[in-house]
Write a protein that binds this ligand. Sequence first.
Ligand SMILES: *Cc1c(COP(=O)(O)O)cnc(C)c1O
Length: 225
Amino acid sequence: MTPYEKNFDAVLQRIEAIRLETNEHQIIKIVAASKYVDADTIRAFYATGQRAFGENRVQDLKTKVEALEDLPLEWHFIGRLQTNKINMLLDLNPMLIQSCEDLKMAEEIDKRAALKGKKQQILLQINSAREATKAGIAPEKAVDTYQQILETCPSLTPKGVMSIGAHTDDTAKIKESFETTYQIFDTLKKDGAKYCSMGMSNDFELAIRCGSNMLRLGSILFKGA
Ligand SMILES: *Cc1c(COP(=O)(O)O)cnc(C)c1O
C-alpha cells in the first residue's frame, strides 16, 4: 500500500464504524478537498480509488481539471464564488457547485447556465453556525430560498444543502450547527434534496452522527500521508 492508501484506509475505517452505529443503510460520499495539493498529488491519490475532488478557487479548479483531463474525475466546487468567475466555473463542468449561498447567486448561475444550454447541479450553503466570516444563507431563510430556486431557476438542479460546522472546540455548538443543517435537509427531502454535505477533517464523525451523507475531507487525507 502507498502512504495515501494506508492513510485513506484508516479514515475509511473510522467512517465505516460510525456509519454502522448510526445508520447502516446510509451511503456516505466522500469528496476529497484537494486545495492543499497539486495535480500530481491528486493523480497519485486517484490510485486509492477516489474519484470525487473538491476545490475552493475557480482558477485552481481550472488548472487541475486541465492537468487531469485524462482521468475520470468528478469535480466539486466548494469555495466562495464570485460572479465574475461563474462562466469559467460552468465551462469546467463541475458535477456539483456546493457553495451557492443565496437566491441572487443562484439566479446568476442560472442565467449563465441557460445561455450555455447547461443544467447545473448545486447545493444551497447554509450558515448554520451564524458566523460572520462564513458564507451561506441564514437557517431560517433556507427552506424558502431552496424552494424559490426550484421555481425560478430552470437551469439549476438543487440537490441538497452544504454547511461548515461551527468554528469552535465546543462540541455541543458544532453539533447544534449540524443538527440545524440536517433539519433543513430533512424538510427539503420532499423537494428532492439528496445530499447533506457536512463534516470536515476535524468533525466528520460528529457530522455522520448528525445525518451527513457527504463529507468534504482535506487535511486528514493529504497531510496525514
Ligand atoms: C478546505 C475545505 C474542506 C476540508 O477541510 P479539512 O479541514 O482540511 O478537511 C471542506 N470544506 C470546505 C468548504 C473547505 O474549504
